[in-house]
Write a protein that binds this ligand. Structure first.
Ligand SMILES: Nc1ncnc2c1ncn2[C@@H]1O[C@H](COP(=O)(O)OP(=O)(O)OP(=O)(O)O)[C@@H](O)[C@H]1O
Ligand SMILES: [Mg+2]
Length: 433
């Protein structure tokens, strides 16, 4: 008998076990904090259903096939082993205990057409708040086999999100059970890990992903931004410089520089460049912007002692013509920025809260003001969507592009020569992650 897998280690405990027994409604939803054991408990319930539920087609759904695989199917593979679980990537189906299960993604409005003709006996859903409402509604209408049930998990989102307003708040009228989970409900988490999780999520995300609340995105987006802490006057030695650009034709175009300040173990945003066509009375061409960028990076290099060219130039994804111009003009390392707005805001928030990111006040024109004036859009919130107000957001957008780039491509360690990159890379990851 295997020594690592004992009954005690695999059987979910307390609240998880209770939720598994109680999940007998037509719609069953595990909602709450990250890592709180929702997927684990709900999958046990799903396995029982696959074994004992009514015959007929079964479905498993994620926002994308990639997230479904990563969050759910890989977990099932580990839990069940190859004899009880079988999934061929790209086949659109998997087998659990020999029973066929159809796999679907629900990432846009057209997704619902994929299940339009389905007659389902049961379904499992991952990250339900990230689905279009139309898919969820269609799925419920397809669960038409008598006794069919839905099991799903999600983190909380906006309080007026369709899932909260139209389903969770009406659970008693809908034959629906909702199980709320927070971190203490997961028996397997190490306290040190819980502490590090709590540092990773700040502000709005702390309320939603740690406290498990359907918290409103209102007021200042960077509510942790504190001029005394985050705006600095003096700079130490700067290394590993990156350039970011937000591009506008009628809106301003902004360049920002981000460097590491190794002595203080933090990143500094510095030396803003800005062109506001409306105020200046004329627009610049892509050629002029590219020339300005090259001059500006040269100035930054001379003033701050960083290398001649930024390690990457991270550009507004919508500015294809400007990116092409930079490449044509020989600017190295031109990269399309990741414009996942909420992920970017979350990354910037975490770095601000942990004092990993500061702004050099004397070389800023407007970015600091924009960071403090960046607010959530109340009208979008009334529709259950989290969106910033799209006014004076060019400095924050450029900051997002830079931080997101660094989060995904961790910078090299202090030394700017390329010796032993992989060693430095590993070292930096552990210090800064
Ligand atoms: N009863 C348990 N026994 C052993 N390990 C568990 C148990 N419950 C959860 N875990 C483990 O804890 C981790 C987090 O659990 P799980 O993935 O279920 O959380 P979650 O609430 O779905 O999180 P997220 O919101 O991030 O998706 C996983 O690695 C899971 O295997
Ligand atoms: Mg989960």
């Amino acid at each position: 008998m295997s020594t690592s897998l004992t009954l005690d280690s695999i059987v979910p405990r307390a609240k998880q076990a209770w939720s598994i027994m109680e999940a007998i409604a037509r719609i069953n939803l595990w909602v709450g904090a990250v890592r709180s054991g929702k997927t684990y408990a709900s999958l046990w319930r799903w396995l029982l259903y696959v074994r004992n539920g009514p015959p007929g087609a079964l479905a498993m759904i994620g926002r994308t096939e990639r997230t479904l695989k990563r969050n759910i199917l890989d977990v099932l593979g580990e839990l069940l082993g190859p004899t009880r679980f079988n999934h061929v990537v790209g086949a659109g189906e998997c087998y659990i205990f020999g029973r066929r299960i159809y796999l679907y993604s629900a990432n846009d409005e057209s997704s619902k057409t994929k299940i339009q003709g389905l007659t389902a006996a049961g379904a499992y859903g991952d990250e339900v708040t990230t689905w279009p409402e139309s898919f969820f509604t269609m799925l419920l209408s397809r669960l038409s086999v008598p006794g069919a049930q839905f099991f799903g998990t999600t983190n909380p989102d906006a309080p007026l999100h369709w899932l909260k307003r139209k389903f969770i708040d009406r659970a008693t009228d809908l034959d629906m059970r909702v199980f709320h989970f927070t971190l203490p409900d997961n028996p397997s988490l190490d306290p040190a890990y819980v502490e590090s999780l709590k540092k990773e999520y700040v502000g709005l995300w702390y309320r939603r992903y740690i406290q498990g609340l359907w918290a409103l995105a209102e007021g200042a987006i960077f509510d942790m931004f504190d001029e005394d802490r985050h705006v600095v006057r003096d700079l130490g030695e700067l290394v590993n410089n990156y350039g970011g650009a937000d591009y506008g034709t009628s809106n301003p175009t902004v360049f920002l520089s981000l460097s590491e300040e190794p002595a203080r173990e933090r990143y500094v945003i510095h030396d803003e460049w800005r062109w506001a066509s409306e105020q200046e009375g004329r627009q610049m061409t892509d050629g002029e912007y590219s020339a300005a960028y090259q001059h500006w990076t040269h100035d930054v290099h001379q003033k701050r002692g960083v290398e001649r060219w930024p390690r990457a130039t991270v550009v507004d994804p919508s500015a294809a013509s400007f990116r092409l111009q930079l490449v044509t003009d020989g600017v190295p390392g031109v990269t399309e920025a990741d414009n996942a707005v909420l992920d970017g805001i979350r990354d910037v928030s975490t770095w601000l809260a942990n004092d990993q990111l500061v702004f050099h006040g004397p070389s800023m024109i407007e970015t600091v003001d924009e960071m403090m004036g960046y607010i959530w859009d109340g009208k979008a919130q009334a529709r259950g969507e989290d969106k910033p107000v799209k006014v004076n957001d060019h400095g924050p957008d450029t900051t997002r592009y830079l931080v997101r780039h660094l989060k995904m491509v961790p910078p090299l360690a202090v030394a700017s020569n390329d010796a032993n990159i992989s060693e430095l890379y590993g070292q930096r990851r552990s210090v800064w992650s």
